[in-house]
Design a protein around this ligand. Structure first.
Ligand SMILES: Cc1cc2nc3c(=O)[nH]c(=O)nc-3n(C[C@H](O)[C@H](O)[C@H](O)COP(=O)(O)O)c2cc1C
Length: 193
């Protein structure tokens, strides 16, 4: 798309970039089921971070280009120590740079949506002021919510599967369907041809 006043060219964006971070996907039940469902939605670009970067050497240019090219950024991960798995944190640290994601001239992510999909071992009851984990999951996700705010992104209500490790196949199947519908709802309406 060309800007008539400046002559600059704004790259066209489309679809949802799904960034999955699970260090042992072959042993995963929940994230594997969710990712499989999400991948089947038209307009989703899937990226498995641990498969792409087993040595943790993240290609900054490739990752920034992928972010720029999409309207919605979805981060999917199992909760590890009340936070993201380490490669997702590394990806954020070295890709979401000053001058790109935030700061002066750092507007590459502005206006995009940030959506988090997270699975937990703990039950929903445990994520409560009087529960085992003492805080709600929303509170544990505050750093990501504030990251979205700092970058001028819209924070979407997270998709959460609590007690993921004890869900049976039928329950996981139903969570995967719920996830698929949520992912589809985040995609921008497509212009009719
Ligand atoms: C290193 C590690 C740390 C974890 N930390 C948490 C945690 O802080 N809170 C929690 O509820 N579950 C925690 N879990 C459990 C995982 O979140 C859970 O096994 C996962 O969400 C299940 O998804 P999967 O079937 O895709 O692996 C942890 C698991 C591992 C291996």
């Amino acid at each position: 798309m060309s800007d008539a006043t400046t002559g600059s060219v704004t790259p066209a964006t489309s679809g949802l970039l799904l960034v999955l971070a699970h260090p042992a996907l072959e042993r995963s039940r929940a994230n594997r089921a969710l990712a499989k469902a999400a991948k089947s939605v038209s307009g989703v670009t899937f990226k498995d971070l641990y498969e792409s970067y087993p040595d943790f050497v993240v290609d900054i240019e490739t990752e920034q280009a992928a972010l720029v090219a999409h309207d919605v950024v979805a981060l999917q991960f199992p909760l590890f120590w009340y936070s993201t798995p380490s490669l997702l944190k590394e990806w954020l640290d070295i890709v979401w740079l000053h001058g790109f994601a935030y700061g002066e001239d750092g507007e590459a992510l502005k206006g995009k949506k940030l959506f988090v999909a997270c699975t937990t071992g703990g039950s929903a009851k445990a994520y409560h002021a009087h529960g085992y984990n003492r805080f709600s999951l929303d509170e544990f996700l505050r750093p990501l919510e504030q990251t979205a705010h700092l970058c001028g992104m819209e924070w979407e209500t997270p998709f959460v599967v609590h007690g993921a490790s004890v869900k049976d196949d039928a329950a996981l199947k139903s969570e995967a369907e719920r996830y698929k519908a949520r992912i589809a709802s985040l995609l921008p309406a497509r212009a009719e041809a």
